[in-house]
Design a protein around this ligand. Sequence first.
Ligand code: SF4
Length: 319
Amino acid sequence: MEPVYIKTYKSGELQKKIARFKQILSNCTLCPRNCRVRRTENKSGVCKTGRLAQVASFDLHFGEESPLVGHGGSGTIFFAHCNLGCVFCQNYSISQTDTRFQEVYPNQLAFIMLELQKKGAENINFVTPSHVAAQIVEALPEAIEQGLDLPLVYNTSSYDALNTLKLLDGVIDIYLADTKFISPGHSQKYAHATDYPEVAMQAIQEMYAQVGGIVLDEQGRVRKGLMIRHLLMPEDIAGTEEWLDFLHQQGMHDVYLNIMDQYHPAGQADEFPELMNRISYTQWERVVNMARKMGFKYIDEGSSRIFKQSLRHFAAKLF
Ligand code: SF4
């Protein structure tokens, strides 16, 4: 299956999208924060990112969901800074710091994608892309001209502007979307974003309309579709049942669903006593059983899958 962005490039639509993205950056409304700063003049808003994307690291990653990892690993590109900024972020030192990371021009970002492809990546996985969606798309023509042909993964908190997502239609093959908070009170308290639940629900509906449920190839690798991540939180801060119910009501039973139990206090979590606990296996199992009963077809195996993947990767390195 050919990635969607190839056709968009050949039709000339990709260049039109790049032009539109540049207009958006000139008075930035790329994400729901709507800072309206001139990023084209290197001004920055909440996301602390100016004209160019900043890359914290890139490599093959074997800890992602198995349909993304395949044999070669997921080619992850971690962007620095974030437009959401959860206080308990597990990547706090990258997402919420004043440090400037390596800025990359479009041709350098294209080079990174091609390097990951050369190393055997199964896909290009843009981690925390919402504030640099414009820069990602801008890098694509060069990458395509140099031979990029892997599926593109948009690995997002789901705090995405609808207009930005609409411009990504025909560019992104796989959406990997978080479902973080269902309560405006919690999203305000832990991420200063009262509108997160409303924005994320709308975003997930748009992503599903674009790419649908997951499509796997004969080797079980995802080629297209929506994958949902839900991190279980202490004291049900994420609103787990309500999120499952939302997906169920939307008839999204063919998405890949990863209910995650690996929450641990990080970042500024120690300022909130309720964020200091962890999630038990029993809590995880109860939610997974509930999701099965609701009819979700592709449910991640959880920690046991991560353990098996690590063993496989370790064994492959040894022999
Ligand atoms: S992308 Fe950054 S500057 Fe633009 S609206 Fe969002 S947080 Fe503000």
